[in-house]
Design a protein around this ligand. Sequence first.
Ligand code: OMP
Length: 282
Amino acid sequence: MSGRERFGARLAKAVAARGPLCAGIDPHPGLIEAWGLPLDASGLERFALSATEVLAAQAAVVKPQSAFFESFGAAGVRVLERVVSTARDAGALVLLDVKRGDIGSTMGAYTAAYVAEGAAIAADAITVSPYLGFGSLAQCAETAVSAGRGIFVLARTSNPEAGEVQNAKLPDGRTVAQAIVDSVAALNAGAEPLGDVGVVVGATVPPGELDLSRLNGPVLAPGFGAQGATVADLRALFGASLPGVLPASSRDILKHGPEQAALRQAVERVAEVLADPQENGQ
Ligand SMILES: O=C(O)c1cc(=O)[nH]c(=O)n1[C@@H]1O[C@H](COP(=O)(O)O)[C@@H](O)[C@H]1O
């Protein structure tokens, strides 16, 4: 175990201090242009660092989506590295959205890249895909946890196509998504205040599909905002107090740039809506 506090404990503290919002940093080409910036690595850099300065000062967690940086090649990856370090310096936890999943030996290289001790692009957590078999992630989870970091395992994603695989039934009657949740729950058993391994469950998912009661870990809930899910949907899906749930929103916040003051207000508005137990819409 590294000297670093466990990821679940760091996350619980960050959420207590700043609220549960996970602010996505997704430099879509359309948004870069809407901010009046050139569609090249310099425009990407100005967009991403300006957004990071605002979002990482306010939100508990920021989630840069790697693909939007990778699409600019090596220069884009250098910007991503700066986003990660800038966000951590500003006090936010960085959940790097890379959705990696591969055979165990190759997962080792992704682990070294992002969540092992001394990782090249050191995030606090990454998103991973269990669809090569949950066991292919075992070493990644163990290494991340012992480095004080975490992983978020895709269970039931927000996209409309997700159900065909994730709601397929296993011979024991559970859905594939439920089996993923249960495997994560086993890793988190006994951890306090929260385990280090999260799941991803889209905010757009119909209520009642999943039993998260034994998860004892965080839930990343994208789909809030631009994909149509509201706070009422979050409450219907996860319960009124949303324990451990990180509602994630990217475009719906970023569209308020490029002025940093307007971005800041957009984050504040979302945070207020999430904090208000009476709020049923968005
Ligand atoms: O893992 C994710 O972050 C993720 C999982 C999922 O089920 N659905 C989903 O939209 N995401 C990501 O969450 C972000 C959603 O962006 P907005 O729809 O703009 O808020 C994107 O970066 C997606 O790649």
